[in-house]
Design a protein around this ligand. Structure first.
Ligand code: NDP
Length: 462
């Protein structure tokens, strides 16, 4: 008789947990997976997937406007929030079903319950009080929006979680933050016709991105009509008798909004997980500390994805799950590779970026070349839209390696997936130069920027 109920017990049915659980079960392991909310996790249920559907929804008004330049007369248009929510929910339910089917079909046992560690090998399923044991435990509980509990009136604010289920589209919204979520949602709400204000503590949004991406996107957002308040933060939120929210900022401004959304980073889901009972160490931010093979300080307990606070991206969690399986069950230790991760911000215009920003490269190398093109995409030549597209390559002068590739404009997220391959393969600028252009396309600029726009030598632009 087996010593434990399961070979592997996964806590958390999100992207990373389900991948690990499904494939371990497919290998014949006895697997249990517990999920307290909905299988699919943040990405599928209240993150990347519904967000992208909202991005599509919010981009239609611009398409309607642009159509006139091509001879189309678009009649009266009307948007129905409830239809969008209902259709989105149907799609999310379908995907959730697929996640469950994947686990079930491979023989993993699903528990719709919160799971907490009782000791190093024992898990309590709080829905029933049942305890189960497992030889190995994988914690993949993800993260949640920082609730900013110290902010007076934070309970009146929503996070991205609630934004997917608002009963009605607000008339106005204040979004706090300047990261992925704040920027994406500011564009979504603006596109849907909501009077949108962004409040950010710095003086340029997306602080960790290349400076040209930041300033060009910011300019495009302001030109569209998104009000961005810089160098300020919310200090108090009060609910008025009419339901409106009255917001006071540190700079002393006061205004009313129908909704206030906080998008100020996400924190690891480790509260009450029983990690201390099993002796698992967490960081000062509450994230689980792991080694290069996703193992915690306890030999049989592993963790991956957002709960480890390394890189909070779905494909990273999935990659970590694949590495976990290789390492633990295939006797092939593989450490997750966090280098050169391509990523997109689904703003409007969109950002696609991989590798070093110009500023990072200028610090890391004695001389770099920057190739930059900014142009009006062909699709806008017959429209009134003045949006500019930008493509930029950052190259190490010494060995001609492309260190970073950055795009702002239509389909940037799609383009950067392919660029990610070229950077991962170590392509040089010469490889780009000898690649034939696809004409007419916007991406042909990537292979036709023959002379550098400028060089940066020892930190100085020359
Ligand atoms: P981000 O880390 O992207 O941004 C957080 C923002 O909040 C930053 O602008 C930060 O400012 C600001 N901030 C943090 N703390 C405070 C504070 N105390 N007061 C005022 N401002 C503060 O987090 P998000 O919540 O936007 O997203 C979480 C993660 O989810 C992202 O890091 C990303 O990895 C992932 N994600 C990915 C998406 C994608 O791939 N398209 C989409 C959405 C999320 P500052 O920059 O000055 O530090």
């Amino acid at each position: 008789m087996a010593a434990y109920d399961f070979d592997l017990f996964v806590i958390g049915g999100g992207s990373g947990g389900v991948r690990a659980g499904r494939l371990a079960a497919a290998m014949g392991k006895r697997v249990g997976v517990a999920e307290e909310y909905r299988f699919g996790g943040t990405c599928v249920i209240r993150g990347c997937v519904p967000k992208k559907l909202f991005v599509y929804a919010s981009s239609f008004p611009e398409h309607f406007e642009d159509a006139t330049g091509y001879g189309w007369s678009v009649g009266e248009t009307k948007f129905d929030w409830n239809t969008l929510i209902a259709n989105k929910d149907k799609e999310i339910e379908r995907l959730e079903g697929l996640y469950q089917k994947g686990l079930d079909g491979n023989g993993a046992k699903m528990f719709k319950s919160r799971a907490e560690l009782v000791d190093q090998h024992t898990i309590c399923l709080t829905a029933t009080g049942e305890t189960v044991t497992a030889e190995k435990i994988l914690v993949a509980t993800g993260g949640r929006p920082n609730p900013m509990s110290d902010l007076e009136g934070h309970e009146h604010c929503i996070s991205s979680n609630e934004a997917f289920h608002l009963e009605q589209l607000p008339e106005s919204i204040l979004i706090a933050g300047g990261g992925y979520i704040a920027v994406e949602f500011a564009n979504i709400f603006h596109g849907l016709g909501v009077r949108t204000t962004l409040i950010y503590r710095g003086n340029e949004i997306l602080s960790r991105f290349d400076k040209d991406l930041r300033s060009n996107l910011q300019e495009a957002m302001i030109t569209k009509g998104i009000d961005i308040q810089f160098s300020d933060t919310i200090s108090k939120v009060e609910k008025n008798a009419d339901g409106k929210l009255s917001v006071t900022t540190k700079a002393g401004n006061n205004a009313e909004y129908s909704q206030v959304m906080l998008a100020l980073g996400r924190i690891a889901n480790t509260d009450g997980l029983g990690l201390e009972k099993a002796g698992v160490e967490v960081s000062s931010r509450g994230a689980i500390i792991i080694d290069e093979y996703s193992k915690t300080n306890i030999d049989n307990i592993y963790a991956l994805g957002d709960v480890t606070d390394k890189v909070q991206l779905t494909p990273v969690a999935i990659h970590e799950a694949m590495c976990f399986l290789e390492t633990v069950y295939k006797d092939n230790p593989i450490s997750p590779d966090h280098e050169l991760i391509p990523t997109a911000v689904f703003s409007q215009p969109e950002i696609g970026t991989v590798g070093m920003s110009e500023e990072e490269a200028a610090k890391a190398f004695s001389e770099i070349e920057v190739y930059k093109a900014q142009f009006r995409p062909m699709r806008h030549t017959l429209t009134e839209r003045q949006d500019k597209m930008m493509v930029k390559l950052v190259v190490n002068s010494a060995d001609r390696k492309v260190l970073g590739a950055h795009i702002l404009g239509p389909d940037a997220g799609e383009l950067v997936q392919v660029l990610g391959i070229t950077l991962k393969a170590g392509c040089t600028k010469d490889d780009f130069d000898r690649t034939m252009a696809v004409h007419p396309s916007a991406s042909e600029e990537l292979v036709t920027m023959y002379s550098p726009s400028y060089r940066i030598k020892n930190g100085e632009r020359v």
